[in-house]
Design a protein around this ligand. Structure first.
Ligand code: GRF
Length: 200
């Protein structure tokens, strides 16, 4: 069974959706450790309630490289093979990315490459797009940038607010993150340039 390491900073609803998919037998994997960079992250409390191992390494006064080395060590210690970013609000160092080549996933609440960065749903709403959505992608050294695994489209309704749109996007995030993991762990795939190709 594949050992996952989850990194989160906040609410942790994507983490919870993945944990549910695992419990329901939809993904054959186990969550070996959940790491948070904020001790008060609700996602960490939720992980503890599920009986999972949680860690919140101290970051005070540490530069990115030093902090990330602690993360790499903790993930290795727990035998983690795939790293799942679930609302993790820190940029990862190049060394971290090299430590888990093609084994780090992220979910972003826009149809990348549109609206990378913070508050993507609000950015899209304010821009006036008619179609929005979310993207599961591999993580590389650039922000919200690596090869795309899955995208889901969410139309913007005339009576939407940024918040109502974000809520519908979140429901799609929960669906495609688990589905992407399931496919990557069970199907054959390769990366051609930027293209993630699932092979029959
Ligand atoms: C999600 O919108 C995700 O796309 C983004 O951060 C948010 C995290 O939400 N990367 P949650 O903590 O999973 O509820």
């Amino acid at each position: 069974m594949t050992r996952l390491g989850v990194l989160l900073s906040g609410r942790g609803s994507n983490f919870q959706a993945i944990a549910e998919s695992i419990s329901a037998g939809r993904i054959s994997a186990g969550i070996a450790v959940v790491i948070g960079n904020r001790a008060d992250a609700p996602g960490l409390a939720a992980a503890r309630e599920r009986g999972l191992t949680t860690i919140c390494p101290p970051s005070k006064g540490l530069d990115r490289e030093t902090y990330d080395r602690q993360l790499i060590a903790a993930l290795r210690e727990h035998g983690v093979e795939w790293v799942v970013l679930a609302g993790y609000m820190r940029i990862l160092s190049a060394e971290f990315i090299r430590a888990f080549p093609r084994r780090i996933l992220n979910i972003h609440p826009s149809l990348l490459p549109a609206f990378p960065g913070l508050d993507a749903q609000h950015q899209a709403f304010d821009y006036g797009v008619k179609l929005s959505g979310c993207t599961v992608h591999f993580v590389d050294e650039h922000l919200d940038h690596g090869p795309i695994v899955t995208q889901a489209m969410v139309p913007v309704d005339p009576d939407d607010t940024a918040d109502s749109l974000a809520a519908r996007i979140l429901a799609e995030e929960h669906r495609i993150y688990s589905e992407s993991l399931r496919r990557l762990l069970t199907e054959d795939w390769r990366i051609d340039g930027r293209r993630v190709v699932f092979t029959p």
